[in-house]
Write a protein that binds this ligand. Structure first.
Ligand code: DGJ
Length: 574
């Protein structure tokens, strides 16, 4: 009887294993996609979560495979794992209907040879607001592919998103690209995701003022948008909801009736919004609110509808994550038109969600100093954080730790990664060292993102300290002064994981961390032990045991060297 039972058990186990095979195979073989894993949304590649340690190429680099050849190994050496590289409409469809994917194929092969992944940036109808990347047959036929007009009636070098012909031509080319990527990469998954267009929006005007646009502007707000606003009323982005409510919270009406007035007649848009003429106070506040709101909201809807259909056409061929990137409103670019009006900015995220539901992420090109403020605004409405453009210097190196630790980012990517500048400790591409650290911590970061037991901090002179609640303690992260100069570094960052009760793994550079516990049962908090070390293949290799000056005589830990370090600290109560 015992033998029969044993055999039966073995049979059941074998059966269960065989049954689970197709599922495992399907997961490994499914195209890259986003998935909600516990507390985080993660990018799943070959069945496993993946962190994009990215780098975006300069705009023209990937137009030549020969030029690119020596660049890939340099990026691998910097611990980059994913290269964000343009693929432009003009180069794949220089003659209407005739596609040439030689460059796309070459880039994929080069990436594979260097064990790198790719995110392609579709430079289609728009790049940085303007339309310089469509093929010549599109650019020169403005009867078929109309351009925008400004208030004075001048034609802008910006294709109008209200044109169905432009949208269909763009979508057709993008769909052909996605079909080709599926054919050549559907099994390998070198291509992880797609950016659709680049920093769309109107520059030099607050909205499109062509005849077709003016006509649409005078009509009622489309029912789809009104229904979305009503359905999501309680979760709308607050600054957007305020605009709607201030205009009376109407459920129908023309654009101006529903969203209030736009730019007053005759106002010329400056290149920059400076102080003076703005008062210092306006200069400080104007870039954080919707200005001439209806113009920006109207344009956001037009771009979202256009891009949404391009995305839909592409996803019908090959469904991998797709995102749009934003040129942000900033102190010197506070009015719509001084930054691309209608782009996927945080204040109009709801309009983009309503108009382009197929998009997976709205992503900030995050160059401004206010990293935490923007990362927070971009993680509202469950938007996963992916930063396709940013700095790669010491500031970027600090920010990337906060991005993955504090905001569960999917990826981070400094712009101009192939620049010829040196990658010195504080040079333009200092981020390579932070990537080396993150590559070591990779499986831990992903597991802690899922559990919600991770945090991060990025410090600069305006934000010299940060309080974090993690694992039953309050952690105060501050600059660790260089002992030989007594000065703070310019930037510092840390990623922190709570690995057990009173236990933390802390990695970074230039920070001190002080722990406190305010719970009634807590006494004073001391450092039971602090160990420096590295991870190799997920295993901890201890180095120095830290004490004395290195743990601030028991008051906290310091990651104060010139290099990144990892410490495992255990606390105790006394
Ligand atoms: C933002 C754009 O999206 C990039 O393509 C590039 O032009 C950079 N600006 C240059 O700073």
């Amino acid at each position: 009887m015992k033998i029969i039972m044993k055999k039966l058990r073995t049979l059941i186990l074998v059966f269960a294993f065989v049954c689970s095979m197709p599922l495992v195979y399907a997961q490994v073989n499914s195209p890259p996609h986003l998935s909600k894993e516990g507390a985080a949304t993660q990018l799943i590649v070959d069945g496993k979560p993946f962190l994009v340690l990215g780098g975006e190429l300069h705009n023209s680099s990937s137009s030549s495979l020969e030029y690119m050849e020596p660049i890939w190994p340099r990026l691998t050496a910097m611990h980059v794992n994913t290269v964000l590289t343009p693929v432009s409409w003009e180069l794949i469809e220089s003659q209407e209907g005739k596609f040439d994917f030689t460059l796309v194929d070459g880039l994929i092969q080069q990436a594979r040879r260097n064990e790198l992944r790719i995110a392609f940036l579709w430079f289609g109808s728009w790049k940085n607001g303007v339309s310089t990347y469509p093929p010549v047959w599109v650019k020169t036929d403005s009867a078929r592919f109309p351009h925008m007009k400004d208030e004075a009636g001048h034609t802008l070098e910006i294709l109008s998103p209200l044109s169905a012909a432009t949208r269909d031509a763009d979508a057709k080319a993008f769909a052909a690209l996605m079909r080709h990527i599926r054919e050549v990469d559907g099994q390998n998954h070198t291509v992880l995701m797609m950016q659709v267009e680049n920093e769309v929006g109107v520059l030099g005007e607050s909205r499109d003022r062509s005849a077709a646009a003016n006509e649409a502007f005078g009509k009622p707000v489309p029912a789809e948008l009104m229904q979305y606003l009503q359905k999501h009323k309680n979760t709308l982005i607050p600054e957007f909801r305020k605009v709607w409510e201030d205009a009376g919270g109407k459920t129908s009406g023309t654009w101006e009736q529903v969203f209030g007035p736009g730019k007053p007649k005759g106002v010329a848009i400056p290149v920059r919004t400076l102080s003076p003429p703005m008062t210092p106070e306006e200069h400080e506040t104007a870039w954080r609110k919707l200005y001439w709101s209806v113009d920006e909201i109207f344009m956001a809807w037009q771009y979202a509808r256009f891009v949404g259909q391009v995305v839909q056409a592409g996803k019908a061929e090959y469904n991998i994550p797709m995102y749009v990137n934003a040129w942000l409103q900033q102190r010197d670019h506070a009015w719509p038109g001084t930054y691309p009006s209608g782009g996927p900015l945080p204040q109009v995220m709801d309009v983009w969600r309503a108009g382009a539901p197929g998009l997976d992420m709205l992503s900030p090109d995050l160059y401004v100093q206010e990293f935490d403020e923007l990362a927070t605004r971009y993680t509202r409405s469950s938007n996963p954080l992916f930063i396709p453009e940013s700095a790669g210097d010491a500031r970027g190196a600090a920010n990337v730790l906060a991005a993955f630790g504090q905001y569960n980012a999917i990826g981070y990517s400094p712009f101009g990664i192939d620049g010829t500048q040196t990658a010195g400790p504080d040079g333009p591409m200092a981020i390579g060292k932070a990537y080396e650290l993150l590559a070591q911590l990779w499986p831990m970061i992903l597991a802690h993102q899922e559990k919600g037991t991770i945090a991060g901090a990025s410090l600069d002179k305006d934000h010299p300290t940060k309080k974090i609640e993690l694992g039953n303690y309050t952690l105060t992260v501050s600059f660790a002064r260089f002992w030989w100069t007594g000065q703070n570094p310019d930037y510092a960052g840390a990623i922190i994981m709570s690995s057990g009760e009173g236990e933390y793994v802390i990695a970074g550079k230039g920070v001190s961390v002080v722990f406190s516990c305010d719970r009634p049962e807590c006494g004073a908090t001391g450092i039971a032990s602090d160990e420096e070390g590295t991870f190799a293949g997920g295993a901890w290799i201890p180095g120095r045991r830290l004490n004395g000056d290195e743990i601030m005589s028991g008051n906290g830990v310091r990651l104060a060297g010139e290099n990144y370090s990892i410490q495992k600290v255990k606390l105790y109560q006394y």
